[in-house]
Design a protein. Structure first.
Length: 144
């Protein structure tokens, strides 16, 4: 008695290649969209971190009566600067000195340019200051 062999042994090479081509077409359309969303998400994350730093600087100023100097930098939000008493220091406001979404330190200068109390910005994706992709919050000088 003869046994029947199953003719369906799996996928042919042509069928596998068609699937690979279809996946390639889908990826060529999807990847650029996902990359655009990644940059948008990093920018939004950096803006949120900037907002948190501004709040922390306000707490520091309210407690110490001054802003951190440029030399103290944002490290003053993590470690008590020399010259401040325990009563004047607002405490550790961040677990570590905050970085932007590209793992770069924020630029902080006090006093700031253009008659501002301080400058606070991220250098953005290109990691170079004073280029078009820098990220900062639009802050105005408080009326005294």
């Amino acid at each position: 008695m003869k046994t029947k062999r199953c003719r369906n042994r799996g996928f042919t090479f042509i069928e596998i290649m068609i699937v690979v081509v279809i996946i390639g077409i889908i990826m060529s359309a999807a990847v650029p969209r996902m990359l655009g969303q990644t940059n948008h998400a990093r920018t939004a994350s950096t803006q949120a971190t900037l907002s948190s730093i501004v709040t922390a600087l306000g707490l520091f100023e309210a407690k110490a009566g001054r802003l951190p100097t440029t030399e103290e930098g944002l490290g003053a939000l993590v470690r008590k600067p020399t010259g401040l008493s325990e009563d004047e220091w607002a405490g550790k406001l961040f677990p570590a000195v905050p970085c932007d979404a590209w793992k770069e330190e924020f630029v902080y200068r006090a006093p700031g340019d253009a008659d501002m109390d301080y400058d606070l910005l991220s250098k953005g994706p290109d990691k170079v200051e004073k280029t078009g992709d820098d990220i900062s919050l639009n802050l105005t000088k408080d009326a005294d």
